[in-house]
Design a protein around this ligand. Structure first.
Ligand code: DNO
Length: 356
């Protein structure tokens, strides 16, 4: 297991690499070229520059989150070929620089969705939250404007302004895209990138849909253990893997996370570990990583990872905003650092209990 932290790059993140370096047990960085837009081929010099920056800080560039996928690939329109070619070029260049873990998602239009970016909790911390009733009462434009107004000035990951400026057009383009069509387009994409992934030993790790149900009527296909297993079978090769995101999957309490982990042994190169607390159906908030602060049993989750994917790369996912920190919602330093230490502690205990 390698413990990592997500970092958005100089100029995009309030957190410094030198601070991450001081979190005991965190040795790797998960990052991206934040200034790129989905569909473009990344430049080798840019990849080298960010890798060097991370390494100069005494850390390893462990993986990319995300190389985002152009909507034409998800929609399956004829111009997808050009974007798939660009994606292959990006993978080739990442592979040549020794970067082999790639997180991506296949959610139409929006990446993760929240109705609240700073919901206060009784202890004064604020957290990201989702309430379906609030989402039902607004339209995509209003949601976008609210996310923008509450993001502390940061561009949120997956919410690139270029794409968000085309909302109406995108909704129109997805009009005839059913769950099945989206699934077929994903399988097509995976088969096209398979050779380059095999050549460089790249592991693609799809991120589950967050929340795990359709939002604004758009299709969603990565929402449960069953659906993920179907995808793993459709392209049955270890390069086709999962980012096991406990927070996204647990948005639906019917998802038994330790059982899902065990059913995906060998296909989880990357895990996002965080806790959620439900207030009612379709209404949840993000909690501290500690099991007792939310609904998830972090011990059982870490044990399932330990037993079935010992080489997994983990990052503590979204943290609460605590101690007055001002940062990108979900991505401050303090609570994610506490999360990393807690998860490392669980791992140490589980591994010692297993080997003594
Ligand atoms: C939100 C993140 C997502 C995730 C992408 C992966 O905080 O979990 O934006 O990075 O869905 O492609």
């Amino acid at each position: 297991m390698q413990m990592t932290l997500r970092w958005f790059g100089t100029g995009y993140d309030s957190v410094r690499l030198s601070h991450i370096r001081q979190i005991a047990g965190v040795t790797g960085i998960i990052t991206t070229l934040y200034g790129t837009t989905p569909g473009e081929a990344w430049k080798t010099e840019d990849i080298r520059a960010i890798k060097k920056e991370v390494e100069d800080a005494g850390l390893e560039l462990t993986g990319i989150e995300s190389v985002n996928i152009h909507d034409s690939i998800k929609i399956g329109s004829p111009d997808r070929e050009q974007y798939i070619e660009n994606y292959i070029t990006t993978l080739e260049r990442l592979g040549q620089e020794g970067i082999k873990l790639i997180c991506y998602n296949f959610m139409p239009v929006f990446d993760w969705t929240r109705s609240d970016l700073a919901k206060p909790r009784p202890d004064g911390a604020t957290v990201l939250a989702y309430d379906q009733k609030k989402i039902d009462a607004i339209n995509p434009d209003t949601m976008l404007a609210e996310m923008d107004a509450n993001s502390n000035g940061y561009v949120l990951p997956g919410w690139e302004p270029e794409r968000m400026g085309r909302l109406k057009e995108l909704f129109e383009l997805y009009k005839d895209v059913t769950d099945e069509k989206l699934f077929d387009n994903l399988v097509y994409f995976l088969n096209r990138i398979k050779p380059v992934c095999k050549q460089y030993g790249i592991r693609m790790a799809i991120h589950p849909d967050d929340p795990a149900w359709p939002v604004f009527g758009l299709p969603r296909i990565v929402t449960s253990g069953e659906k993920i297993r179907r995808l793993m079978k459709a392209v049955d090769d270890p390069f086709n893997g999962v980012t096991l995101c406990t927070g996204s999957l647990s948005s639906n309490p019917a998802n038994d996370i330790p059982a899902i982990i065990r059913s995906l042994a060998g296909r989880i190169p990357f895990a996002h570990v965080r806790n959620t607390k439900h207030n009612g159906p379709g209404d949840f908030e993000e909690a501290a990583h500690l099991s007792s602060d939310g609904d998830l049993d972090m011990y059982e989750i870490m044990k399932a990872l330990y037993e079935t994917c010992p080489d997994v790369v983990i990052r503590p996912d979204h943290g609460r905003m605590v101690w007055g920190e001002v940062a990108m919602p979900g991505y401050g330093l303090y609570d994610r650092a506490m999360g990393a230490c807690y998860l490392n502690g669980l791992w140490e205990a589980i591994s010692k209990a297993a080997t003594r």
